[in-house]
Design a protein around this ligand. Structure first.
Ligand code: NOJ
Ligand code: CA
Length: 667
């Protein structure tokens, strides 16, 4: 395994280095031609996801459900919705994902069920006060808990609905067909532990805890973040620690930073939580061309326990929520990002990333760079890696849940079904039409957003500082330029972004790093050494830099001491030449970049592949002449001939002593 492997098999803190990809089974790929994506289809696309470089898949709810809240209205916690496949399919998917080193996060929706769930059907018929009835929260009047806000305010007028069978009102924080479970009933706790055991027992790596702030209700409060809710989470976590070490809880708590950090507890509640407030501020900062909103919200974010991690995101399956901003900020966001009232829903904006950013490639790269650089692990929403469009003429939040665009074939290559059968229509907006905007096209074009995203992910994965490093803002004279340093052990990465549509210059105070040399991560190009005095950077519109601040430099050849690759080999050493993707994709380019004889170091290597392997016999040992195709981010590609041979430990040491850059990898 290389020193840069994203997730080492047994690391319990794996989520700190994770790059998470969020997807809906129904939207990804249809394996049985019925117009709805399914597990069989998803399995066929796992190679695509592995190749993209993501390390973790987060699946939206796939359980039996009337689908009136797209599966967040669960009717059976122990099965798979028949549209998506069977439990057997799910198990096979899990196995196939794990085979590719992809971890799987699923949903634990425990605040509420569907009104079609057997528990609710039983409860409404059970005697008032009986344990069965008490699975849910009932009242004779709709007056209790008046301080609780209404979340789906475009659809619901109250958190209480009348049930004519029970002859009582039931409590619901979301749709009226989603009654809230009653956490004052110990039987509800038992049910939840049981379903946790079911999914974690099967090998699921993490659970997203949906709507977690709303578990309990208490009069005189807003019924969010109550101490009882935290006590229950600690109990759930203790159970996981005892039975499933190394698994992860993810809190979906759309709250201000101080309330959100409470879901980490003292490191004894959730391992990760979404950073909701930072998300809209990234869009604000970009539009205002001012770093203040980002700095301000991160300054307001309290430190978190060591083993915990924020999850950063730009978009997801819901509306771009504007709950965690002030009224003025919300007005501003709606004015600049959702002029058309149809693009708005509840308190937010139902648009995808690319349309929000006017399909501006520079803005897309900049926002993704922030996503990949801010403290935490990034979550990518399916389709955003190719810049998919949306359709807000569809109902609810469906406009951002349309079929993944694979190719220009029928139904965007997503399904062979009759187009009228698709669960949702594909995007045909002329600007984002699937005939042009699809994976196949972007795969073929190394300048596409897909290739850019892949490269950004691979680069991020080479540096632990992104997932684990500390965060320090760098003072600078220009408010349109945001700069900060992420530092972990001997890695220090300076991130500089220009939020403005014009070229900018900034004087950065990098005195703490005087003597270091900034090395641009993609190109490995070296910039001027940092001095005590202000460091000058100039940035083109929406430009971004990832710069490693290197303390020491090699005397003459511009190499950096990145260390050597370690690769695992089964059997013959030469199998790395033919079978190890990592040897060609990572070890070779890293070696070439530093090899003294290697051509133009100013050009950055995009990709190296072994075109041919020619055995050369001599002295009883087999050596090989590799024919390597090297492509660059710009300009024509090269063919390079490189002889390689195997050296045992002693000989290797001797060679290294004589010529420190003579080795490519340690086997
Ligand atoms: C949060 C989910 O993200 C959203 O899609 C859903 O509607 C609500 N929880 C209610 O379950
Ligand atoms: Ca299907």
């Amino acid at each position: 395994m290389s020193q840069n492997a994203a997730v080492s098999a047994g690391d319990p803190l794996w989520y700190k280095d994770a790059v998470i990809y969020q997807l809906h089974i129904k939207s990804f790929f249809d394996g049985n031609d019925d117009g709805i994506g399914d597990f069989r289809g998803l399995i066929q696309k796992l190679d695509y996801l592995e190749n993209l470089g993501v390390t973790t898949l987060w699946l939206l709810p796939f359980y039996p459900s009337p689908l009136r809240d797209d599966g967040y209205d669960i009717a059976d916690y122990y099965n798979v919705h028949p549209d998506y496949g069977t439990m057997r399919d799910f198990r096979r998917f899990l196995q196939e994902a794990h085979k590719r080193n992809l971890r799987v996060v699923t949903e634990l929706v425990i605040n509420h069920t569907s009104d079609q769930h057997a528990w609710f059907q039983r409860a409404r018929r059970a005697k008032a006060g009986s344990p069965e009835r008490d699975y849910y929260v009932w009242s004779d009047t709709p007056d209790k808990y008046q301080e609780a806000r209404i979340i789906f305010q475009d659809f619901e007028g109250s958190n209480w609905s009348w049930d004519p069978v029970a002859n009582a009102y039931f409590w619901h924080r979301f749709y009226s067909h989603q009654p809230d479970l009653n956490f004052d009933n110990p039987r509800v706790h038992e049910e939840i532990i049981r379903m946790l055991d079911f999914w974690m027992g099967m090998g699921v790596d993490g659970l997203r805890l949906d709507a977690i702030p709303y578990l309990y209700e208490r009069e005189g409060t807003n019924c969010e973040n109550l101490p009882e809710t935290h006590a229950f989470l600690k109990k759930l976590r203790a159970h996981v620690d005892a039975h499933y070490p190394g698994r992860m809880f993810l809190a979906e708590a759309n709250q201000w930073p101080e309330d959100a950090v409470a879901y980490f507890g003292d490191g004894d509640e959730c391992h990760t939580a979404f950073h909701f407030p930072v998300m809209p501020r990234l869009y604000m900062a970009l539009r205002m061309e001012d770093r203040f909103p980002i700095i301000d919200i991160l300054d307001q974010t309290p430190p978190i326990p060591d083993p915990c991690q924020w999850l950063m995101f730009l978009r997801n399956h819901d509306e771009l929520t504007l709950e965690m901003v002030t009224d003025e900020e919300r007005d501003y966001m709606r004015r600049v990002y959702a002029e058309d009232p149809r693009a708005r829903i509840n308190l937010g904006i139902r648009r995808r990333l690319a349309p929000l950013l006017e399909n501006n490639r520079k803005k897309l790269e900049l926002m993704n760079t922030l996503l990949f650089s801010l403290p935490g692990s990034p979550v990518i929403y399916y389709g955003d890696e190719i810049g998919m469009g949306d359709n807000y003429y569809l109902g609810d939040r469906d406009g951002v849940r349309t079929p993944m665009q694979w190719s220009l074939d029928r139904n965007a290559g997503f399904s062979y079904a009759n187009p009228q059968k698709l669960y949702l229509p594909v995007i045909i907006d002329p600007e984002y039409h699937y005939e042009v905007l699809n994976v196949e096209n972007q795969q073929k074009n190394v300048s596409s957003l897909l290739w850019w995203t892949r490269q950004a992910i691979a680069t991020r994965k080479r540096y632990k500082a992104f997932g684990r490093g500390s965060m320090k803002f760098v003072a600078g004279d220009n408010a349109q330029v945001l700069a900060f340093v992420r530092e972990h052990e001997d890695e220090r990465i300076l991130v500089v972004v220009n939020l403005s549509k014009y070229t900018q210059m900034a004087l950065l105070d990098l005195a703490d790093y005087a003597g270091s040399t900034p090395v641009e991560l993609y190109s490995q190009n070296r910039l001027l050494e940092v001095k005590e005095s202000s460091y000058v950077v100039t940035l083109s519109p929406y430009a971004y830099y990832w710069l490693a601040l290197e303390r020491e430099t090699h005397e003459d050849d511009g190499t950096t001491d990145e260390g050597m690759y370690e690769l695992e080999v089964q059997g013959e050493w030469s199998s790395v030449l033919t079978e190890s993707h990592e040897f060609a994709a990572q070890a070779l380019p890293a070696y070439l970049r530093t090899a003294r004889w290697f051509g133009d170091k100013r050009r950055s290597i995009q990709h190296a592949s072994i075109a041919d392997t020619l055995p050369v016999e001599g002295g009883g040992e087999t050596a090989y002449l590799l024919v390597i195709e090297v492509s660059y981010r710009e300009g024509a590609s090269d063919t390079v001939l490189l002889p390689v041979a195997y050296a045992g430990a002693d000989k290797a040491q001797r060679l290294l002593d004589e010529s420190p850059r003579s080795a490519i990898a340690r086997l």
